[in-house]
Every structure is written in structure tokens, then in C-alpha cells.
Design a protein around this ligand. Structure first.
Ligand code: FES
Length: 158
């Protein structure tokens, strides 16, 4: 998917701003995500050129850090824990329910742009599995009914 001219311009401006700083790549990626909301694939070439890196190096860093999004995200992010403790307490059933209820798979966003669903690997809340993070809040012991409530509170479709 293409990005708008404004977004492309913002990315070029940020590259100019950061390119002479030592260790510019990470702060630049954060700045782009802060401004555009994600790091578009098409930004990789601009960043590589500006920072005198290969595209593979830039791509490697973007994909290594899970905080960087490479696609537009919804107004809310819901993450379901897929690590062991949560799986033992039913997170597989929960994720199947979540995908069906929202009509999307992981890394996708509902058609109304409200919710992006992401997997996560341990939220540090294993004693109260299965755990879900809704934006900045970690929610414990989430079953299907609780999930529906959480989504309803976000004001979007289920
Ligand atoms: S395994 Fe899910 S919170 Fe740790």
C-alpha cells in the first residue's frame, strides 16, 4: 500500500534531521513511527540512502524490534499473550474467539479502523493467565465473555 505525499515528505524531513547524528537509526525510526504512525516499507529505501546503510540493515532493525509497526494500525491495539503460561490457561481458545469476534487475523485491523490485533509473548502477568493488553493496560484472566466486554468498551464492532 502506498503512502501519502505528506507522509513521504515527513519521512524525508526526518531523515534530513537525523542523518548526521551518531546512532541515528533507532531514534529516526521512532520519530517516523511517532509522526506517521508506522514505518512504511517504502520508507526503508529513503532511510537507507540518507543514513548510508543497506536496505537489508534498515529492514533488519525494523523487523527485530517488535515495537515498530510496518503497517497502519487501528486506534486501539489488543494483544493476546501466546506464551506458555497463558496457553496452558486457554489463550489458544481465546485467540480463536478474538479472531472470529473481530473478523480479523493477527496483525490486521478491523474495517472501521478501531482495533488492531497482535500476538505478544509474555506480558509478565503469568500468574493471572490468560493475559491480554489493551493499549497500555494489562488485563488478567480474560475469557471470551471478558474479551467481548473489553472490545465493547473500546466502542468498536465485535
Ligand atoms: S505467559 Fe502470558 S503473561 Fe506470561
Amino acid at each position: 500500500m502506498g503512502i501519502s505525499q505528506n507522509e513521504q515528505q515527513s519521512i524525508s524531513d526526518l531523515v534530513d534531521q537525523y542523518k548526521d547524528l551518531p546512532g541515528a537509526l533507532l531514534p529516526l525510526l521512532h520519530a517516523i513511527q511517532g509522526e506517521v504512525g508506522y514505518v512504511p516499507d517504502s520508507a526503508v529505501a529513503t532511510i537507507a540512502l540518507g543514513l548510508n546503510l543497506s536496505r537489508a540493515e534498515v529492514h533488519g532493525v525494523v523487523s527485530f524490534y517488535h515495537d515498530f509497526k510496518t503497517h497502519p494500525v487501528g486506534r486501539n491495539t489488543v494483544q493476546i499473550c501466546r506464551a506458555e503460561a497463558c496457553q496452558a490457561m486457554g489463550s489458544r481458545e481465546l485467540e480463536a474467539h478474538a479472531k472470529a469476534a473481530l473478523g480479523i487475523d493477527y496483525h490486521e485491523t478491523t474495517a472501521d479502523g478501531n482495533i488492531t490485533l497482535e500476538p505478544v509473548y509474555c506480558l509478565g502477568n503469568c500468574a493471572c493467565s490468560p493475559s491480554v493488553r489493551v493499549n497500555d493496560d494489562i488485563v488478567a484472566r480474560v475469557d471470551s465473555a471478558r474479551f467481548n466486554e473489553l472490545v465493547a468498551n473500546l466502542g468498536g464492532s465485535q
